[in-house]
Write a protein that binds this ligand. Structure first.
Ligand code: SF4
Ligand code: SF4
Length: 220
């Protein structure tokens, strides 16, 4: 039998997610349009001036523009992130860690980190992503991944967990362990605040790469 209240709650939740996703899309459009217009005006003015004054040739301008384009492409800015890591079911680098015996110590902190999904994860349609920050894993208000069981802290989609989850190795991550072998966890940090829509990019690098060992939790 259906439960009208929970159905209504789900509709509200889905609507909020959809609205957040639309806001993200609108922010992206505005940022793109504004930056594009500014860049276009600047380049047109500069190119006209330099070429008409004989300072550079058109060929030189094209070559310099290409190089500048590459530099801009590497700048941190809001963008849609989607990792390409191949087939997760044939991932040879999957870390084998005795998680079940350690969760009472680590509190599955790895499942509170940010990372984005792969094309394969998306196509599978099991792992949920954050509509406001596509295609990052969806988090709950407690800061944990939406697929992390709040009681047991186990993964509710373990057989189909994202590719990045299979690659992550916490052994040398000082956010989690002072000493992995001695089973001494690092102090628990307070949950992170929700990441502002479309402005999460500057936080990404620090979340993707553990501070100590540079072992990946998510990357392209
Ligand atoms: S922090 Fe390490 S031991 Fe704990 S759940 Fe994550 S991978 Fe397993
Ligand atoms: S999908 Fe599973 S393993 Fe990956 S972060 Fe979420 S709960 Fe953890």
């Amino acid at each position: 039998m259906s439960n009208p209240q929970s159905e209504e709650g789900m509709v509200d939740e889905e609507r909020l997610e959809l609205e957040r996703g639309l806001r993200f899309a609108h922010v992206m459009l505005m940022v793109g349009q504004s930056q594009g217009n500014e860049a276009l005006a600047g380049v047109m003015a500069l190119a006209d001036l330099l070429v008409s004054n004989g300072v550079i040739s058109e060929e030189e301008f094209v070559a310099y523009r290409r190089r500048a384009s590459e530099q801009v492409g590497q700048m941190a800015q809001p963008r849609v992130r989607l990792a390409k890591l191949g087939d997760k079911y044939n991932e040879p680098k999957t870390a084998e860690i005795d998680c079940a015996a350690r969760i009472h110590l680590c509190q599955a902190r790895c499942c509170s980190f940010n990372f984005y999904l792969t094309v394969q994860d998306l196509d599978e349609g099991v792992a949920k992503w954050d509509y406001g920050n596509p295609y990052w894993i969806k988090h709950e208000a407690d800061g944990y991944c939406t697929h992390c069981d709040p009681q047991s802290r186990s993964c509710t989609i373990h057989p189909q967990r994202p590719h990045v989850c299979r690659l992550y190795d916490c052994r040398n991550d000082d956010r989690i362990w002072i000493d992995f072998e001695a089973r001494i966890p690092a102090p628990v940090e307070p949950p992170r605040k929700p990441i502002p829509i479309a402005l999460a990019e500057p936080d990404l690098a620090s979340d993707l790469f553990p501070r100590a060992a540079q072992t990946p939790r998510g990357e392209e």
